[in-house]
Design a protein around this ligand. Structure first.
Ligand SMILES: [Zn+2]
Length: 72
């Protein structure tokens, strides 16, 4: 019995995902690293952004604290 393992498709990182075209101007969707400068985008994690280059981590504003104790 041949078992077929489901193939995982890798999503290629597209630079286009970092930007959104709005009219004539591009709007940045991702934050760029304040240390590495523009062009180095930070990975978005839950509650924080992370730069893979310099390991800089930026936490999202504490105003979202109300969500932390959310229980279903
Ligand atoms: Zn950086």
């Amino acid at each position: 019995m041949g078992e077929k393992k489901p193939r995982r498709k890798r999503k290629p990182v597209k630079t286009a995902d970092f930007f959104e075209k709005k009219g004539d101007s591009l709007e940045r969707k991702r934050k760029s690293c304040p240390k590495c400068g523009q062009g180095f985008f930070m990975a978005k994690h839950k509650g924080r952004s992370y730069c893979g280059k310099c390991k800089y981590t930026e936490f999202e504003s504490a105003s979202k604290n109300e969500e932390k104790e959310k229980k279903k």
